[in-house]
Design a protein around this ligand. Structure first.
Ligand SMILES: Cc1cc2nc3c(=O)[nH]c(=O)nc-3n(C[C@H](O)[C@H](O)[C@H](O)COP(=O)(O)O)c2cc1C
Length: 495
């Protein structure tokens, strides 16, 4: 990856504009509920652009980019510095093959545009900037959604990059909600156990590649900054915060820095979440006490709306694809053979809810091994409720094929397994009463041929490759409208 030269959000917007997928909104729009309503309706249209609100109503500085990726695989490809126009599963496979660590590079303050403005003490007032409220029942304005939050493991020194929602609570305080088991929360506990506050930098206008990696499940000892350099094709440029020393991108748009103290909480949430529900009720939550603000002139805030539909839900397409790539990569690293594809459908709780793994079954227990590793991996362990295992003749991205496989190959009495008390989040609305959260559960649906009888399993009706080629060759001549479909499975009539 790295064919398209992009170093920051502004470069990314230039490339997106070139392919006609950026809509600049030049009239006044209110950050409170108006931007999000427009973004939701926009996201439900096929082929929608990303919306850059250049004149937030009531503010004389800053603009808001709502749902940078939205439902677009082109914008996703550009985020990975790839040319647009890839088929989703090809893009997933390419991402899967491109996990590589390239250490970040630290640059001098004079070479870091984020130092254009530096505010401390009584100059800090988040409410001078356009902060959206997304949904009418949200507990407040959320300055951090399409963000990254950087923390450090005090023992190993590793920097974690997580995308966590951040509510502006007061002019110098933002909420810090992390689901149990997530990197930022685990770091927080370690600092507090050592009797120290957690140092944090949160970035609210960011290169989409970093937001994507911040949302992806990495092993807790790894730093997303290293993989970002690998995907970008060059090291990510960082600077160190003046207060905490925590690093953050030199070319980001807006960043805040400070500490989270063990004995201080404020009310946070609810927030309209990736599930399409408000999730857990509003609650007391630790917060980041801001001691410094950094921003570029006229900063661009990246807002990620959560909703019930792909496109309207910012994470659906990017997380669906990225999670698929990460699970695939984790399965290969764990030694699972014969994987043909992995797909987390964008419609399933923003890409978190369901995963389909397509494998060529090669030995007894292979399908079960694939399921256990996928569901136990760093990329696939969290939330996911349904794992479908299908054979290699089934395209995992085609949910009609997956449903066909489930309804023809799965023996429900034998081929559905349930795991209980699995890694999940208090945001899952299905587990009630809410006190029972965050424990989740998972269903494994083996929608593949019974291995023991794989050789005598009923033959799938399929044409020969010769018939297929002939049909394609004669399609136009016969005057049949449209194009002949592309398929990838044929009967070789051998066995
Ligand atoms: C827009 C957006 C907002 C998110 N907000 C939160 C959040 O508030 N808390 C949380 O734990 N995870 C949140 N997530 C999911 C995490 O980003 C994800 O679980 C990721 O793996 C966290 O990084 P970590 O594994 O380094 O902790 C959000 C994801 C997205 C895309």
């Amino acid at each position: 990856m790295g064919d398209v030269k992009i170093n920051n959000l502004r470069d990314w917007l230039t490339e997106v504009e070139k392919i006609g997928e950026l809509a600049r909104i030049k009239k006044d729009v209110d950050p409170v509920l108006e931007m999000s309503s427009l973004a939701y309706l926009n996201g439900r249209n096929p082929g929608h652009p990303t919306l850059l609100f250049e004149k937030p109503k009531g503010f004389d500085t800053g603009s808001v980019l709502f749902n940078p990726i939205g439902g677009s695989y082109n914008r996703l490809a550009l985020s990975f510095r790839e040319k647009p126009g890839r088929r989703p599963l090809d893009l997933v496979q390419q991402i899967k093959n491109s996990f590589k660590k390239v250490s970040p590079e630290y640059v001098a303050e004079k070479d870091a545009p984020i130092f254009e403005n530096y505010l401390t003490s009584d100059k800090i007032d988040l409410f001078k900037f356009p902060i959206p409220q997304h949904w009418p029942r949200d507990g407040g304005k959320y300055i951090g959604t399409g963000d990254i939050v950087i923390t450090q493991d005090p023992d190993s020194g590793r920097y974690n990059v997580g995308t966590y929602r951040q509510m502006a609570m007061e002019k110098d305080k933002v909420g810090f909600f992390t689901s149990p088991g997530k990197g930022g929360g685990l770091d927080r506990v370690k600092w507090w156990e050592q009797g120290k506050p957690l140092p944090v930098v949160s970035v609210y206008g960011v290169d989409p590649l970093l937001m994507i990696l911040g949302s992806t499940g990495f092993a807790n000892h790894e730093s997303e900054f290293d993989y970002a350099g690998g995907f970008a094709g060059s090291p990510i440029k960082l600077v160190k915060g003046k207060v905490t020393g925590i690093p953050f991108p030199a070319e980001c748009e807006f960043a805040v820095e400070g500490y989270v103290y063990p004995d201080r909480t404020l009310s946070e949430g609810p927030f309209g979440e990736f599930t399409g529900y408000y999730g857990k009720p509003g609650d007391k939550c630790p917060y980041l006490q801001i001691e410094a603000v950094y921003h570029r002139n006229n900063p661009i805030f990246t807002a990620a709306m959560m909703a019930d539909k792909p496109g309207a839900n910012e994470q659906s397409v990017f997380l669906g694809a990225m999670r698929s790539a990460k699970i695939w990569r984790d399965m290969e690293a764990a030694g699972v053979a014969g994987i043909k594809g992995v797909w987390s459908p964008p419609a399933g709780a923003g890409g978190w809810g369901m995963t389909v793994v397509s494998i060529k079954q090669m030995f007894a227990g292979h399908a079960q091994q694939a399921a256990m590793v996928a569901a136990g991996s760093a990329g696939g362990g969290f939330y996911s409720k349904f794992y479908y295992i299908v054979d290699d003749d089934v395209d995992p991205t085609d949910l009609e094929e997956v449903m066909w496989a489930a309804t023809t190959r799965c023996r429900c009495s034998e081929d559905i397994e349930i795991w209980r008390n699995t890694w999940s989040t208090p945001l899952d609305p299905s587990k009630n009463p809410p006190d029972d959260r965050p424990y989740g559960s998972k269903a494994f649906i083996f929608a593949c041929k019974q291995h023991k009888y794989i050789n005598s399993f009923s033959k799938r009706t399929a044409m020969t490759k010769d018939s297929y080629d002939n049909a394609h060759a004669r399609w136009k001549e016969l005057g049949i409208p449209g194009e002949a479909a592309i398929i990838g499975f044929f009967d070789d009539l051998k066995k």
